[in-house]
Design a protein around this ligand. Structure first.
Ligand code: FES
Ligand code: FES
Length: 161
């Protein structure tokens, strides 16, 4: 079987894959990074979002072999080594941006990509950006609030839900 190598959360990782192996499958089954969730088989839910060379990618839509040599970031690499949450993760906790948590890794990774490109998004921009991330529990309100809070904006005017 072909060998694939990529840098994942700063460490060089490699493994054998089939040509058809998805990046999400390689991360979860090959590397044990099960924080990247798989919530559909239609490329719609966004639970599998990771960063590939700095861009948010639905890892179920990419073959592992296509990530050869890439820099991949997953939810496991977002907190500090001592477990301190990053600003987006902390905002999700502070503003109750999750319930079951299934969508949360993808939401956090998408939010990180959004804030990199647009450090102070409007509420409408956050909602528009999250179009590819489905949450079955929260109604999105507190997710949007958390992302805006993570961008340093005052979310006091946004009603609690
Ligand atoms: S698992 Fe990738 S979009 Fe749903
Ligand atoms: S918190 Fe349950 S799917 Fe989003």
């Amino acid at each position: 079987m072909p060998q694939v190598s990529m840098t994942v959360n700063g460490k060089l990782r490699s493994g054998e894959v089939e040509g058809r192996t998805l990046l999400s499958t390689f991360l979860r089954d090959g590397l044990g990074l099960t924080g990247t969730h798989v919530g559909c088989d239609t490329s719609q839910c966004g639970a599998c979002v990771v960063h590939v060379d700095g861009a948010a990618v639905k890892s179920c839509t990419m073959l592992a072999l296509e990530a050869e040599g890439a820099e991949v970031a997953t939810i496991e690499g977002q907190a500090a080594p001592d477990g301190t949450l990053n600003v987006i993760q902390q905002a999700f906790q502070d503003h109750h941006g999750l319930q079951c948590g299934f969508c949360t890794p993808g939401m956090v990774m998408s939010a990180a990509a959004l804030l990199k490109d647009n450090p102070r998004p409007t509420e409408a921009e956050v909602r528009d950006y999250l179009e590819g991330n489905i949450c079955r529990c929260t109604g999105y309100h507190n997710i949007v609030k958390a992302i805006m809070a993570a961008s340093g904006q005052d979310v006091g005017a946004i009603a609690a839900e």
